[in-house]
Each structure stands twice: as C-alpha cells, then as structure tokens.
Design a binder for this molecule. Sequence first.
Ligand code: ZN
Length: 48
Amino acid sequence: MAVWRCSLCGFEQENRCKPRKCPNCGGKDSFAKKEAEGEAKTNKKKAI
Ligand SMILES: [Zn+2]
C-alpha cells in the first residue's frame, strides 16, 4: 500500500492507486507518492 500526499493542502491518504481527487481541498490530480511509513519504522529499529 502506498501513501499519497496532496501537494495543495498536505492531506495524506493510503491507497493502492493514485487518488484522482483530494477529499480535503478538492484538488484534481494533486497527489504525489510518498514513501511508506513502515519502511521508516524498520530503519529506526535497526539504528537502535
Ligand atoms: Zn488537498
């Protein structure tokens, strides 16, 4: 599952596919893919 972030308002949504419309600000095709949070957590555990 990928995390998508709206470049207009910063709204984040987990979805398989890229959301067409932002439910928060109504922006069209404003989502950009963000790195999965699960991977970041794994890296933190390794560092500790
Ligand atoms: Zn938005």
